[in-house]
Design a protein around this ligand. Structure first.
Ligand SMILES: [Zn+2]
Ligand SMILES: [Zn+2]
Length: 133
């Protein structure tokens, strides 16, 4: 895979993207921030992003990115709002309730799709039946 030149989303400088999504300076910076957040979480388990931001000065956006990258998952030490309802969670993107509701929605949607397919099949059978009369 060829490496692509692109602008670093953090500092705007051109760099070769090797998969980190940021230039090496910003990756190093991010790793430093990650250590700061990790050690803060060790001392203050169950902190919210806002509390971490207030204590460390690290931008909420940056902390969210670390969480999305799975940096603190499993430690149960951080809480952040569910992307759907804002409930505080410590793992994944949604709270348990929303995860269930989303799964139900997906199930409902596939049920509807199945019914639709069934219907078109039935109507085809009907018309065929009419013609044969
Ligand atoms: Zn950069
Ligand atoms: Zn939720």
């Amino acid at each position: 895979m060829a490496n692509k030149m692109r602008n670093c989303p953090e500092c705007g400088r051109l760099f070769i993207d090797t998969g980190a999504g940021m230039c090496s300076d910003c990756v190093a910076e991010e790793e430093k921030k990650e250590l700061i957040v990790s050690s803060y979480l060790r001392d203050n388990p169950g902190s919210t992003i806002k509390q971490i931001y207030e204590a460390t000065g690290i931008k909420e956006k940056t902390i969210m990115r670390m969480i999305r990258a799975g940096r603190f998952i499993g430690k149960g030490a951080i809480t952040y709002p569910c992307e759907r309802c804002g409930e505080f969670i410590s793992e994944g993107r949604y709270c348990v309730k929303c995860t269930q509701e989303l799964q139900n929605d997906i199930k409902k949607m596939s049920d509807v799709m199945n019914k639709k397919q069934q219907k078109t099949r039935d109507s085809k059978l009907d018309s065929r039946g009419m013609y044969s009369k």
